[in-house]
Design a protein around this ligand. Structure first.
Ligand code: E4P
Length: 217
């Protein structure tokens, strides 16, 4: 399972890149606006830090405009994945870009039917938004489970990218539901490693070692 960082902040990505655990990065227009960066420069910089899939989202809403923007974004680096909204124009643009060998991530997926259409449009990734479904009282992780079943049943190669992650529990539930990737806000990424028993156990091991007069190995 791939773990992506869900941010456009370069220093935040750089600080976690040497963990060897960051398989890719996702951005969206809101994250890019928050970062206050020029999208082309920022995507180039992120691609310089992480060699895996880097999602960069179009802002055009018509298929031709999305294709043009997608081609511009894809030309930045070979690991750019063009992110497209799950609209009919987005699906048309997805098919056109896929037919030209450009990787795509169809985003804002909230239903099984939408995931079916993204797969048929040749998307490399589909991004179901778990948190936003939970926000309206629906079952975000349940949608991941359903899409996994759908894609396995019909042999679709589109990878399921769990997005809109709010908690560490969302990450583990997505993994257990069969997501191929999960894009995670930095604070939640940092929390994945934490467990009180790990901290207590390590402190006890080191205390025993020191009490026995042992030194460095
Ligand atoms: C990632 O691809 C999405 O843009 C992101 O996960 C959305 O998360 P949000 O619902 O917290 O904005």
């Amino acid at each position: 399972m791939m773990l992506f960082l869900d941010t456009a902040e370069l220093d935040v990505i750089a600080a976690r890149a040497d963990s060897g655990l960051v398989d890719g990065v996702t951005t969206n227009p809101s994250l890019m606006a928050k970062a206050g960066a020029d999208i082309k420069e920022r995507i180039a910089d992120i691609c310089g830090l992480i060699s895996g899939p880097i999602s960069a989202e179009v802002v055009a809403t018509d298929a031709a405009g999305m294709v043009a923007e997608g081609q511009t974004l894809a030309a930045i680096a070979e690991n750019v994945v063009v992110k497209l909204p799950l609209t009919m124009d987005g699906l048309k643009a997805c098919r056109a870009l896929a037919d030209n060998g450009i990787a795509t991530n169809v985003t804002l997926c909230f239903s099984i039917n939408q995931a079916l259409l993204a797969a048929k449009a040749g998307a490399n990734f589909v991004s179901p938004f778990i948190g936003r479904l939970d926000d309206i009282g629906e079952d975000g992780v349940g949608l991941i489970e359903d899409i996994r079943l759908l894609y396995d049943e019909h042999g679709f190669a589109t990878r399921v990218l769990a997005a809109s992650i709010r908690t560490v529990e969302h990450v583990e539930a997505s993994a257990m539901a069969g997501a191929d990737a999960c894009t995670i806000p930095p604070n939640i990424f940092d929390a994945l490693v934490q467990h009180d028993l790990t901290d207590k156990g390590l402190a006890a091991f080191l205390k025993d070692w020191e009490a026995a007069g042992q030194g460095k190995i």
